[in-house]
Design a protein around this ligand. Sequence first.
Ligand SMILES: Nc1ncnc2c1ncn2[C@@H]1O[C@H](COP(=O)(O)OP(=O)(O)OP(=O)(O)O)[C@@H](O)[C@H]1O
Ligand SMILES: [Mg+2]
Length: 220
Amino acid sequence: MIRTENLTKVYRMGEVEVQALRDVNLEIQDGEFIAIAGPSGSGKSTLLNMIGCLDKPTSGAVFIDDIDTGKLSENKLAEIRREKIGFIFQQFNLIHTLNALENVALPMFFAGVGRETRLKRAEELLAKVGLGDRVDHKPSELSGGEQQRMAIARALSNDPEIIIGDEPTGNVDTEAGNAIMDLLEGLNREGRTIIVVTHDAEIAARAGRTKRMRDGKVLD
Ligand SMILES: Nc1ncnc2c1ncn2[C@@H]1O[C@H](COP(=O)(O)OP(=O)(O)OP(=O)(O)O)[C@@H](O)[C@H]1O
Ligand SMILES: [Mg+2]
């Protein structure tokens, strides 16, 4: 389970303070598929970054499986990010000099998986997202939807329990967006927790529940 407790994030830009999150209390059960919607600047990405342990709150806490992540060392946090959480971003964030197989295998390298195992698993994951015949393509040699599916394969490389997507369908057309949602639904049926930020009501409607944000708050 993921639980935030009075989660607050203030960005300080010189003299100016931006209150990106204000006392957010949110519970996400294991195996849930939750969508987060809300206007630009309402704090959606900030919330995902906190839940994904990519950034630290100003005050309040994020609990993952009852562990207060704010109390963990940098090493332990990196381990949680690597082993429990898979990230998918709107801009894909793939490495352009590496082909699909190498991109998907890379997180396994950092997790200490041997070369043969990681290449085999990368191949299986690319097949799973429908890119079995694109393993040697670089990101620039793939369509937007294919690049995002490559990013999903990469997010799965360390078999995470939680998948966090920040507008994963934001840069692809409707058809490719639906294919990405089909994949995420399949991953949810495997028991994984899925948290997706989206502007698209049709996409949000496919999640188990939707939470709306406004001005750094999660609305009821
Ligand atoms: N690194 C940062 N430094 C300073 N201010 C930031 C930073 N990141 C976000 N903000 C501010 O925090 C607020 C929340 O930003 P956030 O990116 O979480 O919004 P969002 O809901 O994801 O918006 P969008 O839908 O446009 O992606 C915004 O006012 C933004 O300008
Ligand atoms: Mg955002």
